[in-house]
Ligand binder design. Structure first.
Ligand SMILES: [Zn+2]
Length: 267
């Protein structure tokens, strides 16, 4: 049970047929909520045996598979290769549709700093900072995300225990502190390409994400010329100017891991 938090309630629920770019189709139940702590319009998708109406009658059986997916306009919608959000969204919807559970789509763009600030952070990353230091250089914490609303949504859906689908230990830790029992953590696949390899390595190294990166993949994001790992530049004004993009355009046939193309690797 959530402590010291206002209770949230299901506001609306309706059927939402889905079809993804690769042709995968399923039927979801989409939920909106009243009373979420931050006042934003977060949604939940019920999938598989959870794509039916939520009623007052408790659902029996195994804990549902639950994914906390943070909004990423560039990755989810535009197919940006700078992160792995798009393939993770597709993978997790497919897996939850089989196992039964919920995908919570949380409006926390850029680890909670917003879209424009995320793009500002990309500019700093092009100048040499890694994904966490770039957020810090802009005056934010490395990760601003708060999963209070996720715990509220899980409670409103009548769920007390979840199998958590994802690689980020902070999500399980926060849910646990908020009173949601995480019975197990289920890792997602690794969606690596030439543009996001260093980003994924940084998430594994600095964010303790559970990611089995392939041998030979870059282990850190590029540093400012001459800087060591401990000499990252904290002041964006001191960074060199980059008028030219430092990431070359990436074509689909550039996607790489150990010589294999992995962008659409099966889960
Ligand atoms: Zn993303």
């Amino acid at each position: 049970m959530l402590r010291d938090l206002p209770g949230a309630a299901i506001r609306t629920q309706l059927t939402l047929p889905l079809r993804f770019a690769d042709g995968f189709a399923t039927t979801a139940r989409i939920f909106t909520f009243d009373g979420l702590a931050d006042g934003r319009e977060h949604i939940a998708l019920g999938l598989g045996d959870r794509s039916v109406a939520v009623t007052r009658v408790p659902h029996t059986g195994a804990p549902p598979l639950v994914r906390l997916h943070s909004e990423c306009l560039t990755g989810d919608l535009l197919g940006s290769l700078r992160c792995d959000c798009g393939p993770q969204l597709t993978e997790t919807v497919k897996r939850i549709a089989v196992a039964g559970g919920f995908l919570l789509y949380l409006r926390q763009e850029g680890r909670g700093i917003g879209l424009y600030a995320k793009l500002d952070a990309y500019t700093l990353q092009d100048a040499g900072l890694d994904t966490y230091d770039a957020n810090i250089a802009l005056g934010y914490r490395a990760d601003e995300r708060d999963y209070t609303v996720a715990a509220q949504m899980i409670q409103a859906l009548g769920v007390k225990q979840v199998a958590l689908l994802g690689n980020n230990p902070d999500k399980a830790a926060q849910l646990g502190r908020l009173g949601v029992t995480v019975t197990e953590r289920v890792p997602t696949g690794v969606h690596i390409n030439v543009a996001n390899a260093r980003y994924l390595a940084t998430k594994a190294r600095r964010g303790a994400h559970t990611l089995e990166l392939p041998k030979g993949a870059p282990q850190t994001e590029p540093l400012v010329d001459g800087a060591t790992d401990h000499q990252r530049c904290p002041d964006p004004l001191a960074l060199p100017e980059h008028d030219e993009p430092t990431h070359r355009d990436v074509r689909v046939d550039d996607l790489w891991v150990d010589g294999r193309e992995v962008w659409n690797s099966p889960a």
